[in-house]
Design a protein. Structure first.
Length: 313
């Protein structure tokens, strides 16, 4: 087994970004995709991302060139035979992921760690298709992982604690910030994200505030506090007694719907999918979509400099 060789399976938005994460950390990184078009798209995304990272001063031109030289692409499954890690970022379908790992787990070395970058599929269920499931787990990244430091490591029922710690150490070695979570629906990030979204939608639905004002509360207030302290740190600084008192009368009034949001369902039916369709909660028609993406990436990069890249130096 080559302890410096990793394979990113699937070279779409997430897979291409992860190739950069591992290559920048010094790994000989292979992007595997079953389709040539996927590989070409991955190469294009990496070139764009690297250009932006250099332009914004996140890395030097020399660091970028060295990382790109460590990224290779292939459609040949023989690439899995001697790698030390596989991270899969393919279609979010259980049958496809199980089919992939059923085959790949037979090829990889027994000691190689296997991970899926699923956003919510159960790790334990995917692992049913794996040979040596004790080395299989989730490695959930937020888009784009080459800029955002968080990685959720999800342990399935058969994942060994020793391999979880190996993965945690590996991700820390990438300069990222791993957390470990059990195989629960949505892991940590999506459970909190959708709890916030549920309450945000409820506030607008009852006419208490607009979409814009709710977003402003998150961006100009809670988001900044959470970025620095997290919810438990915020409670510590605010006073546990204060939060206990507020929860005694507020919790009963919070949204607790157990079904999908009728607002989101109606928007989907109307084709209002957000940036990709030109209309969501906000208007992205014409050039507004590109402008919104550029502004989002600019802000992500500025935050990443503070929260992640500057800390590495």
């Amino acid at each position: 087994m080559n302890t410096n060789k990793v394979v990113m399976a699937g070279t779409g938005i997430m897979g291409a970004s992860l190739c950069q994460v591992y290559a920048l950390a010094g790994y000989e990184t292979w992007g595997y995709d079953a389709f040539e078009a996927g590989i070409e798209n991955g190469k294009h995304l990496i070139a764009l991302n690297q250009e932006t990272m250099v332009k914004e001063g996140l890395i030097t031109k020399e660091e970028s060139e060295a990382a790109v030289a460590r990224i290779h692409f292939t459609q040949d499954k023989e690439v899995f035979r001697d790698c030390c890690l596989v991270v899969e970022s393919t279609v979010e379908r259980m049958d496809i992921k199980q089919g992939f790992f059923r085959e790949i787990s037979e090829i990889t070395p027994k000691e190689a760690l296997l991970a899926t970058n699923t956003s919510g599929l159960h790790i334990t269920e995917i692992a049913e298709a794996c040979k040596y499931p004790e080395r299989f787990m989730g490695q959930h990244w937020l888009n784009p992982p080459h800029l955002l430091p968080l990685c959720e490591i999800i342990a399935g029922e058969k994942t060994s604690p020793e391999n979880v710690q190996k993965m945690r150490k590996l991700v820390e070695g990438l300069g990222k910030q791993p957390v470990v979570v059990g195989d629960i629906n949505g892991f940590i990030i999506n459970r909190i994200q959708f709890a916030v979204l549920r309450e945000a939608l409820h506030i607008v639905e009852i006419g208490a505030a607009t979409y814009e004002d709710v977003d402003t509360v998150l961006k100009a207030g809670m988001g900044l506090r959470y970025a620095v302290l997290g919810p438990f740190g915020v409670a510590d600084h605010g006073g546990i007694h204060t939060f206990d008192h507020i929860s005694s009368y507020l919790n009963a009034d919070l949204a607790d719907d157990k079904v999908e949001s009728p607002v989101l369902k109606k928007m989907v039916e109307e084709g209002k999918l957000g940036v990709k369709s030109g209309k969501g909660f906000y208007d992205y028609s014409g050039d507004k979509a590109d402008e919104a993406i550029r502004e989002r990436d600019r802000m992500y990069i500025e935050l990443a400099k503070v929260l992640y890249f500057n800390k590495k130096k």
